[in-house]
Design a binder for this molecule. Structure first.
Ligand code: ASP
Length: 365
């Protein structure tokens, strides 16, 4: 991706659909293409690399049957999502902010590898979101005969355009990840599979919608916020780290991570319900980091369940040291939450409060 030119200068290309472009009653969706397998082709070296998604209508004739007005915006530098950076998230947030008033919903075509991080980051950056931002992609390029691209994209567009039948709101005013017929909240998604089509899972929160013969929305699981003006945040603190514990981890490893110059925050991936060694050197390392102003967020290595600091002796020390419990947050949502909250530049009390609080449906307090 890229941060130049300015978001507003990127051209929008109309995608031919069933809707008359002049029909103001047909929902409008902006499709933002960032790269990823969905649009990849094999390069001269025999590797999959991103290509331009020209002639989308020819590759996906299904689009012609959609009663939606769709515009395609391709980022100037298409990437494999393993190359995504926080600067790209800020750019995407700005892009959505620039076009927010003109579209009913947004679909972001993105590589699957880091889609969960990007979806979580955008969830934080887009405060008071009242329209859908649906991330999707594919495990096989759109040109492959058994590609999942068509199925994922067509339904993602439908979800992005769906209005609530009874309220005057969009049906899913959230950032979500739609893949293999399931819509997951952006802050709950995790890539769990690199070979099968069901690439994403949310272990601790139910899906927001499922696609079968029809679209089934789980209205009770979808966040409906009181209407407020969208706020697009433009700061992320990137001086963060992730420290995953394992039996045998040494003081040298822990200290190497926690004493990175300028470090502002670290996700501590602990065991079970948030437990960690009680050895003196480990406690001293954490105490030292906290004294240097490094925020520590405790996230469990278990994909299900939650961190309960103080349940065991092995987590009580963490709580009393000042480590923030991450409840049932994923590492993806925790890293981006740290970046977001620390980027707000608030005082210690407020920072602690926000880190421990549910901001975008990322935890079940
Ligand atoms: N490496 C690819 C990417 O994340 C994988 C994918 O899109 O499925 O961009």
């Amino acid at each position: 991706m890229t941060t130049t030119p300015a978001p507003a200068d990127l051209p929008l290309v109309p995608v031919p659909t069933q809707a008359d472009p002049a029909d103001a009653t047909a929902p409008r969706v902006l499709l933002i293409y960032t790269g990823g397998t969905v649009g990849m082709a094999v390069n001269a070296a025999g590797e999959l690399a991103p290509m331009e998604l020209r002639h989308l209508d020819r590759q996906m004739p299904e689009l012609a049957r959609l009663p939606l007005r769709v515009s395609l915006l391709s980022l100037p530098e298409l990437i494999d999502s393993s190359n995504v950076t926080p600067a790209d998230w800020l750019f995407l947030a700005r892009l959505i902010g620039e076009h927010y008033a003109d579209f009913d919903g947004f679909v972001v075509l993105h590589g699957t590898d880091t889609m969960a991080y990007s979806a979580a980051a955008l969830s934080y950056l887009l405060e008071n979101l009242g329209k859908p931002v649906v991330f999707t992609g594919a495990q096989l390029p759109v040109g492959a005969s058994r590609s999942d691209a068509q199925r994922n994209l067509v339904t993602a567009l439908e979800i992005a355009a769906a209005r609530h039948p009874r309220a005057n709101t969009m049906r899913v005013p959230e950032v979500g990840v739609f893949f293999n017929d399931v819509l997951i909240r952006g802050t709950r998604a995790k890539k769990v599979e690199s070979q099968q089509f069901a690439a994403f899972k949310s272990e601790n929160y139910p899906p927001l919608a499922r696609a079968g013969i029809g679209l089934e929305f789980s209205d009770n699981s979808i966040r409906l916020l009181p209407a407020a003006r969208l706020r697009v945040h433009q700061h992320l603190e990137t001086r963060v780290a992730v420290l995953r514990l394992f039996p045998g981890i040494t003081a040298a490893v822990v200290d190497a991570v926690l004493s990175v110059p300028g470090l502002r925050g670290c996700v501590l991936e602990t065991y079970g319900s948030g437990n960690a060694p009680t050895t003196a050197w480990f406690t001293a390392s954490l105490r030292g980091a906290l004294a240097r102003g490094v925020w520590l967020l405790n996230v469990s290595q278990c994909v299900e369940g939650r961190v309960v600091q103080g349940k065991y002796e092995t987590s009580a020390a963490l709580a009393s040291l000042g480590v923030v419990g991450g409840d049932d947050i994923t590492t993806e949502a925790a890293v981006t939450k740290l970046m977001f909250v620390l980027g707000l530049g608030l005082d210690n009390a407020r920072t602690r409060q926000l880190l421990g609080q549910d901001l975008r449906g990322e935890i079940t307090p």
